[in-house]
Design a protein around this ligand. Structure first.
Ligand SMILES: Cn1c(SCC(=O)Nc2ccccc2)nc2c(=O)[nH]c(N)nc21
Length: 280
């Protein structure tokens, strides 16, 4: 499966699978130290991921784990803006994972290159930010996980329905002036979906090509790997194996915690896809 059309002006290579390194800047992802320590630590971690082969860094100031308590806007700004300002000088593009238009505007002003919206631009103000700034935006599919897991949402065909719903979100974005060329789509692994649905999406990823946008796959350490003998937050081996399959099935960007290992996995997939043309 070849990657999406190379004519898009995205801030990363178009001829191979791109690796996005995850940089959590939530307080629980740092040793207790001062604010300055935390910023320095975050920059050091970003540089380590870049050295390990990351093509883009995704900065997130609010844990999006289901049930995590929401963070005040001021607090989120205080966590991400200073880090984005430091990372803006590095040689790779910076993505910011936020659901808030105020944060989106602030980080773009601070030098962020890409918006990563787990709410799929459902907020009209987020659509306005994307339309006005023209930055690439990741449009992730998410179903608010049901409160009581008993009546967990089940799809007839999770792939068909995720593609259809992403199509609807794409249309809403275009109506708001977002250029389809700036949109990256994402099935939202684990967001209101079961483990088996995660594997169904992984297996049938090529079907998302119907939407004509680059595709981001974000499976790293997620709970779907409970099915394969690991567990949420500690699934390095399943993650790496799934990375190779996702890349071979057409994922254009992989969002991961462990960069070096997953760079190897995308290289294996890309080499298998084009043994004559692959360049190390
Ligand atoms: C911000 N963000 C997240 S956070 C959830 C997460 O990593 N959970 C998690 C992480 C580690 C262990 C267990 C769960 N997932 C995606 C995604 O799949 N796509 C895009 N575009 N952005 C995303």
């Amino acid at each position: 499966i070849q990657h999406s059309e190379p004519d898009r002006n995205l801030p990363w290579p178009q001829d191979r699978t791109v690796v996005m390194g995850i940089l959590n800047v939530t307080p629980d992802s740092f040793h207790d130290g001062g604010r300055y320590e935390r910023i320095k630590d975050a920059v050091a971690r970003a540089e380590a991921m870049i050295d390990a082969g990351a093509d883009v860094i995704d900065v997130g100031g609010e844990s999006t784990r289901p049930g995590a308590d929401p963070v005040e806007i001021e607090e989120e700004l205080d966590r991400v803006v200073p880090v984005v300002e430091e990372l803006a000088d590095l040689e790779v593009p910076i993505s910011v994972d936020t659901r808030r238009p105020e944060v989106a505007r602030a980080v773009i002003d601070a030098g962020a290159d890409v918006l990563n919206d787990v709410e799929g631009l459902q907020d009209p103000e987020m659509r306005r930010v994307a339309a006005e700034t023209g930055v690439p935006v990741v449009l992730m599919h998410s179903i608010e996980a049901p409160v009581d897991p008993e009546n967990e949402i089940h799809y007839d065909d999770v792939v068909e329905e995720t593609i259809r719903e992403l199509g609807d979100r794409l249309l809403a974005a275009e109506k708001a002036g977002v250029d389809r060329e700036q949109v990256i789509i994402d099935p939202g692994i684990g967001f209101g979906k079961t483990a088996r649905e995660g594997f169904e999406l992984l297996d049938r990823l090529a079907e998302f090509e119907a939407l004509g946008c680059p595709l981001l796959f974000g499976h790293s350490h997620k709970s779907m790997f409970g099915l394969t003998g690991e567990q949420a937050g500690a699934a390095p081996n399943s993650t790496i194996a799934a990375t190779a399959i996702a890349a071979r099935n057409g994922a254009d960007i992989i969002r991961v915690h462990d960069v070096a290992e997953n760079v190897a996995a995308v290289n294996v997939a890309d080499a298998a896809a084009d043994p004559e043309g692959f360049e190390p």
